[in-house]
Write a protein that binds this ligand. Sequence first.
Ligand code: ASP
Length: 362
Amino acid sequence: MRSRLWIVPVLTVLVAVAAALPALSRPAPDRAGAPGGGHRPDATGVVLAVHGGAGTALRREDTDARTEKAYRDGLAGALRAGRKVLREGGDSVAAVEAAVRVLEDDELFNAGKGAVFNEDAGHELDASIMRGSDQAAGAVAGVRHVRNPVSAARLVMERTPHVLLAGEGADAFAARNGLTPVTQDYFWTQARWDSLMKAKERARKGGKAVGGSAPGEAALGTVGAVAVDRDRGLAAATSTGGMTNKMAGRVGDSPLVGAGTYARNGTVAASATGAGEVFVRGAATATLAHLIEFGGKDVVAAAHEVVGERLPRLGGKGGVIALDPRGVLSAPFSSEGMLHGFLTEDGRIVTRVFPDESPGHR
Ligand code: ASP
């Protein structure tokens, strides 16, 4: 009996080694090893998400209840429009188009009706849409007479052999294909006019000439949507008036496939918002997709790497909404805030207008 007691410490050591083995074969629980690179998804079980632009945040302390409600209603209205499409069996392309149209018709957002002014006090609008099943895409740039540029983008995708139409040709194409033309006056709003005046004043004083930057000034507003339908088909769309006081003829990232918008089934649907030139140079949404497809990252890690690391290295801030085919949503932003919201498969609608409502920004 006494001679067999040696077995007790040996067994203890064996048990301890066996317990440690799985931990040794797992990556260390640091940022790099954890799923999402240590970042959390914004939501799971998501079928549709929208954004209302990145930029100067709405701040709790200086946002009255009416303003907060108006932004939440805008985002929720877009999500309801997309929900109706999906409930009636529509595909993800139809869902993102419907959602973006609602935001284009809401003057709070810098797209469609609420588009910002360029340096000539005119409006030039950009939009794109992409279908993940075959990577078909359509876009318009610099249109001046289209009420809903996202619908013109969809028509380019479905009715032409091209991907991007610009300027007068794009306006004429939209009108020929049944989209009601509007005059430039349609896009006039007091808030955007005030932003233009402030931008020109800043430029006169030698400050930043393009975009809005003063707190409370509407620098938010480009819109976008991503969706997954019951066939796991992904789609993404983005629409914008660009940047306040931009040069006439300037085109940003929003109408460019792989910069502002990207969708590929089995990988991701993504729509971006922020400093357009940097999103173009960084091929923002294509890079995000490639980090998943070729880099083996999940959607959360890929989105955070693009928005939190790669674009800031090029000098640009902004955000992205990225949805994978399983319904995992990542919505990181490096700007002060990004208005966004999502719809889950059980029909629940969530809107996030303050930066502290997003995981990772608490
Ligand atoms: N990315 C847009 C552009 O550069 C602007 C924005 O998202 O706020 O046109």
